[in-house]
Ligand binder design. Sequence first.
Ligand code: PLP
Length: 391
Amino acid sequence: MIQEDFKMIRMRNTWVEIDLDCIEHNFCEARKILPKNTKIAAVLKANAYGHGAIQIARVLIKNKIDQLAVACLSEALELRRHFAEIPIIVMGYTPDEYLSIGVRNGITLTVFSMEQARKLSDMAGRLNEKAVIHIKLDTGLNRLGLKPGPKAVDTIMNICRLNNINVEGIYSHLALTTLEADQVQFKVFMDMIDEIEARGVHIPIRHISDSNGMVLYPSFDLDMVRLGGFIFGVTTDGLYKDVISLKPAMTFKTQITRIEKIKKGEWVGYDPVFVAPDKCRIGTIAVGYSDGYMRGLSGKGEVSIRGKRAPIIGTICMDQCMVNLTNIPEAQVNDEVLLFGVGQQQNISVNELAKKVQTNRNEILSIVSRRVPRVYMADSQIIDVVDYLLD
Ligand SMILES: *Cc1c(COP(=O)(O)O)cnc(C)c1O
């Protein structure tokens, strides 16, 4: 039996720091640029992009966030366990067998077919409840939603007439590929809404923009925006320059566990991808791909130690990897290593890493694994430590 008290203790030399003041700051920046009547749904799917859904929700609720949004029902239930009142919308498809669990827990569901709406209404009637839904339209992303057209207008009218359904919202999602295509999507969305309004039905919450949509197209704000990356302070480079100052909330750190000198011709790690061209000084660090430090960064990534960059050498292992310290002679065992985020002397942006492995910023953040403790900061103090393995 484990007898330690783990509260507020970080049990590992690899961790992320999450600055809750940054979350609050970014949320306030969004509030500043949005019209008064536009609500904000914070998108907390994938454990709030790795930041910890519960802790992020707590800060946002304190700051009067309007709604929370997640991808699937289990994510909604995790939040509902901690927060009884806040509206929580599931943006993904919920299979029929789970609908009653959603309704009984007051979760707002996304619906995009007559069949599912009818099942939901019947079921809610049996439970003596009203199911709250948002209808999703597929205006061009070709992922989820009802395809617009005269038939879809009829379907929406019929859904609105069901007895035990409250159609609180209607929404779509932009592809954000070109300005022209986004404008076409917005027009298709608004044309559908106009048709519905012309038939005498008003759906209160219309929404289409995510973080980049909100910044690029103020006229698309409507009744609500759904913000993920913006809240976490990680967005497309240059997009918000001069307009908004965002602060990335997450910093990923580890420590040096060993330093050794090797001779010319020796290799480092599995597979002889790095063979020392001369004698060099190598450091082992306590992070690997299963922590969310992608194997694809092998031979490409750089970490920051004492304000200097050290390249990753050899292939990244599951739990560890090696860096070249030849040019940082002052580096010592137990030195802090910045993997990404804001450092004391130097920053490494999530976008920089994303570019190196040809992925996007959201993947880099959301794959930080459950083995990595989350250290929460406010006023530059540690206020909470969450270790999913020990809590
Ligand atoms: C993930 C997601 C968002 C949030 O996207 P960001 O670009 O991170 O703001 C918004 N809407 C839907 C439907 C999503 O799946």
